[in-house]
Design a protein around this ligand. Sequence first.
Ligand code: ZN
Length: 294
Amino acid sequence: MSDITVVLGFDMETDVGSWSPYYEGIQDATPRLLNLLVQRDATATFFFTGDSARRFPHIVQDVDAEGHEVGCHSLYHETVGDPLFEIPGVEPLLPEEVPLRLQRATEWVAEALGSTPVSFRCPRLWASTAVLNALEDLGYVADASYPLYYYEERLAPYHPSRDDWTQVGDMRILEIPNFADMTVDSTDPYGRDRDQWPLFRTESAEALLEHIDAFAKYADDRGEPVVLCFYFHPWEFIDVPASYTYGEGTVVPDPFLVKNCGDYAFEQLGELMKGLAARGASFSTARDLAAEWD
Ligand SMILES: [Zn+2]
């Protein structure tokens, strides 16, 4: 079995993604996550929305001071790329709006960080060719958006094409796929039941590690390097309510979004990191992976 490289990504956004306007997760869970990473001697990439970076610049600076990478996760967690399913009331940006929107997001994170972020992740992993072209033009070196469960093709990082971001081409930016267990017989129209997330908390670290072993073998059998790129969110490590009432109504997130959030999820994240270390995995930021890739 070849070496395992792990890219831990934390998407720093409003609680339960687009389903609330609150930032309890960022405020309460980030210090605990930073402690855990020190204990496990691991580095990670924290992708802040421009809005969260502007509201909590001290948290951006804490993450940076601990030696982790600060990346960007859009401006307000809007749909910047091609939506893979419908969300009521949320329409994607027009392609011509994308460059300015990503430029503003980059600037807001840079203002908090004191330097320009060079790694990006799209909200919901919904990227597009327009997004990748804009990121390339803004000087980004890595995008960690590709959902393997949906596109099913790229097992390992690649340089995308200017004409189709899901295909190999000659862009400088490195696209880092978020792994999925492709050995699972999918019964979901989008293949979401193959995805890594959020098994660590809806089931357990042990259950996810079984899928990780299956993916590693699957990639290795095909001569591909084993890169495990993860996406987590600070709100998964706080007690989230079953519903949110604000504005003109009440939002009840699907059970899988909120199941076992809080202490159980935090404990399982620690177990997952132990399991990865036991497999000899080395932890890298998205930026460092891009620098070392070629
Ligand atoms: Zn997100």
